[in-house]
Design a protein around this ligand. Structure first.
Ligand SMILES: [Zn+2]
Length: 417
């Protein structure tokens, strides 16, 4: 008998997602969660040391704390690889304006849009940003998310971009959730540079990227490459400068218009290209060949009330790896729940429950280059686990809009939610 610190046994299903360390899952493999029925898991502190049937685990391990998992489903903690969770203020009035049929331009003219969050965020201290973001991180954790990516991008000037990244760093230290920081100085064109965008691009490249890198505040650089925001040449210039400075790159691509953002992601060997509602067949092929992950954000399409979602089925058939994320932000998609995103991925993009869960765990971990460490319930990986009160993983998107989490384990610590 080997000693463990915690055992959970008798779970209806343990969705391990284990594939023997073969990286992320694509194509038909996305539809396989490697489920162990009447399963169990054993931990030593923050590391998974055993996964198997209840019989196998109870024959091999003993622990002081043994939790009866009858009626539960175990999964790796959700990884949310695209969020704008650190911001000040909120924009519910704008949401209503949209519902009343006002256009983006009318809303922007009335002071709305990203620039509205920019004003509130510029006026906020690091402490205030942290205080406003903690309840959101608490909700993420309560709904089963244990690691996220978090972007700057509501400063659009050096000092505030740095403050936002400092808040992300501080939240990473203070909160149970791990935060991976991304610099998104090119999120929108600030008013003062509307008529000379290239000057703002120069500031991002020559002033912001070096300051962010010097302070070690970001792992990634992102750009909102879209019609009316940053074009392909401007996006390429920023992302090449970021790469030269030692940052990895990811980008908001082909959300509303096919500008060729997916092609650019492939050319730059981005880790991930996100949104992709308007992606071309050529873009799908280029990303697949370059090994770029497609991170899809169906919550945004839903919250904007649009009907056309990203072509997930076509991407899966083409062998493109898919991750899912909330895009949690105060404008186009204000939700912290990966459970809701999974439900939308199934009903609106025709992903199967298993594909959507793979995209929210193992593949999402790879979208943050953490796939060797988290994203599956494999021996040797960090013990980030969600324990759901439900009969099967299929219940998650089927019985939607409610929180199925019984408790969460982060780095081996049981967190009651
Ligand atoms: Zn975004």
């Amino acid at each position: 008998m080997k000693d463990a610190t915690l055992i959970i046994y008798n779970a209806n299903e343990v969705c391990t997602l284990d594939n023997g360390g073969q990286g992320l899952r694509t194509g038909a493999a996305m539809d396989n969660l490697n489920v162990i029925e009447k399963g169990a898991i054993a931990l030593v502190e923050d590391v998974i040391v055993g996964v198997g049937t209840t019989e196998e685990i109870l024959d091999s391990f003993r622990a002081e704390t043994q939790i009866d998992g009858t009626g539960t489903v175990l999964m790796p903690g959700f990884v949310d690889p695209h969020t704008h969770v650190v911001f000040a203020g909120s924009r519910e009035h704008e949401f209503e304006m949209r519902l009343r049929g006002e256009s983006y331009m009318e809303i922007a003219a009335a002071g709305g849009g990203i620039r509205s969050s920019m004003r509130a965020t510029r006026a906020a201290s690091v402490t205030q940003l942290i205080e406003e973001s903690i309840p959101r991180l608490n909700r993420m954790l309560a709904w089963g998310t244990t690691t996220i990516e978090a972007k700057s991008g509501y400063g659009l000037e050096l000092e505030t971009e740095l403050r936002q990244l400092e808040a992300i760093r501080e939240l990473h230290k203070q909160h149970e959730i791990d935060l991976v920081p991304t610099f998104l100085g090119a999120h929108e064109i600030p008013d003062e540079y509307r008529d000379h965008v290239d000057e703002y691009v120069r500031i991002v490249i020559e002033e912001m990227i070096p300051a962010v890198v010097e302070r070690g505040l970001a792992a990634y650089c992102d750009v909102f490459c879209e019609a009316g925001v940053f074009n392909i040449d401007q996006s390429r210039a920023i992302l090449q400068a970021a790469k030269a400075a030692g940052l990895k790159v990811r980008l908001h691509a082909d959300e509303f218009v096919d500008l060729g953002g997916a092609m650019l992601a492939a050319e730059l060997q981005a880790i991930s290209a996100d949104h992709l509602l308007a992606i071309s067949d050529e873009g799908i092929q280029a990303m697949q060949e370059a090994g770029v992950i497609a991170t899809l954000l169906p919550g945004t399409t839903f919250s904007l009330g649009k009907k056309e979602y990203a072509p997930a089925r076509k991407m899966i058939d083409a062998g493109l790896p898919i991750a899912l994320a909330t895009d949690c932000n105060p404008g186009s998609c204000y939700t912290e729940s990966m459970q809701i995103i999974i439900a939308l991925a199934c009903t609106q993009m025709r992903m199967t429950p298993a594909e959507a869960i793979t995209a929210s765990t193992l593949n999402a971990a790879h979208a943050l280059e953490l796939g060797d460490h988290i994203g599956s319930l494999s021996v040797g990986k960090q013990a980030d686990i969600v324990v759901f009160d439900m009969p099967s993983y299929r219940t998650l998107p089927y019985h939607f809009g409610v929180n199925h989490v019984r408790f969460v384990i982060k780095r081996g610590e049981v967190i009651t939610v």
